[in-house]
Write a protein that binds this ligand. Structure first.
Ligand code: SF4
Length: 372
């Protein structure tokens, strides 16, 4: 299984909490970048892949014709099967969601809208410019264009958010009849305007107890609505899990194209530079894209795979880990497993090791115990 990730880093505006590799859109820079991306694609070995993900940034700052052209070339280059999942992240702004038919006919078959909230005041706090009505219109536009697989990203822990407003956002998302919902906690990333705000006024932010309460509400509300929580932050209607993301959590291989994109091939993880001009220059000169790379072997590889697998509903498949990594998981981690099961955050059955319901709330701490 191999996935292809393509980073399209331009956005119509910059959100104050965002730490992704992104730039405010400028038509010339965006065109130049697309040309560089095409060169990188030509230089990339044309291995078979099963899924495609256009992420960002905001991919739909590009025209639908540009996205369609890129998608066709990517699909051909990586011999993507006709029914292979191909996702485009999109801003639900009404203006940016016109002409989605062209994108659909080029082979994108899943849309992931960055909604974050259905509350006007929360959208404003996040610096987002779309309205709740835009989201409804975007989902309708997606359906009209033939998309039968639509995901919405929602955020909890937004300053000023309450349990009641979070419930309203979850209910609004569910009522749109989408197949998939991702619910992420807000994280304060160093160097962002939000980090400076947090430093000035920590009391303006949601505390850990309330954040845990909001997460519990998401699990409850989405579960009752028939969504399966198949990963810490991801909920799907039966049959609508994200295949591309499941490959990440299975520690599968992926190829990343574009500025800041990461790849994982043959146990080697590499990340492209986050410097846009450096990326464009290297691609134009047909040089290898600068960046960092590390080989994950032995225990480091096992730790990484464990951290990812524990995020999922299925958890660690002990036999599969033995076959793939050559370690007896229960033996190798006996002490850690003992400690974590005794405090009730990990559960062991004869074939799998999983987080308990409580463990989902401290997933990052549990994962860290396996890579320490
Ligand atoms: S739209 Fe997304 S990628 Fe762009 S600045 Fe906002 S959060 Fe970041």
């Amino acid at each position: 299984m191999r996935g292809i990730y393509v980073h399209l880093p331009f956005c119509p505006y910059i959100c104050p909490y965002c730490d992704f590799a992104k730039w405010r859109v400028d038509a010339d820079a965006a065109r130049t970048y697309l040309e560089a991306l095409e060169v990188e694609l030509e230089m990339t070995p044309s291995a078979q892949a099963q899924t495609l993900f256009l992420g960002g940034g905001t991919p739909n700052t590009y025209s639908t014709a540009q996205i369609a052209g890129l998608t066709k070339r990517l699909r051909a280059h990586f011999s993507l099967p006709d029914d292979g999942e191909a996702t485009m992240e999109a801003n639900p702004d009404r203006e940016l969601c016109r002409g989605l038919e062209l994108v659909r006919s080029a082979g994108i078959n899943r849309l992931s809208f960055g909604v974050q909230s259905f509350e006007r005041s929360e959208l404003q706090t996040l610096g987002r410019r779309h309205s709740p009505e835009d989201v409804v219109a975007a989902v309708e536009a997606g359906r009209a264009a033939g998309f039968s697989n639509i995901s919405l990203d929602l955020m909890f822990g937004i300053p000023g958010q309450s349990v009641a407003s979070w419930r309203r956002s979850l209910d609004a998302a569910i009522s749109l009849g989408v197949e998939h919902i991702s619910a992420y906690g807000l994280t304060i990333e160093a160097g962002t305007p939000y980090a400076r705000w947090f430093e000035r006024e920590p009391s303006g932010f949601i505390d850990e107890t309330t954040e845990a309460e909001l997460y519990a509400v998401a699990i409850e509300v989405l579960g009752e609505a028939g969504f399966e929580q198949y990963e810490i932050s991801n909920f799907a209607r039966p049959g609508s899990r994200s295949v591309h993301n499941e490959n990440y959590w299975a520690n599968g291989e992926y190829v990343g194209l574009g500025v800041g994109a990461a790849s994982y091939i043959g146990g080697r993880r590499s990340t492209h530079t986050r410097d846009l001009s450096e990326y464009v220059r290297a691609a134009r000169e047909r040089q290898p894209i600068p960046g960092e790379s590390e080989e994950l072997t032995g225990a480091a590889r096992l730790g990484e795979a464990t951290m990812l697998a524990l995020r999922t509903r299925e958890g660690v498949d002990v036999q599969a880990f033995r076959n793939k990594y050559g370690f007896d998981f229960l033996d190798y981690y006996a002490r850690v497993i003992d400690e974590l099961t005794s405090v009730g955050v990990l559960r062991v059955d004869p074939t799998h090791v999983r987080l308990t319901d409580r463990g989902r709330f401290v997933a990052n701490d549990v994962a860290r115990a396996f890579i320490a």
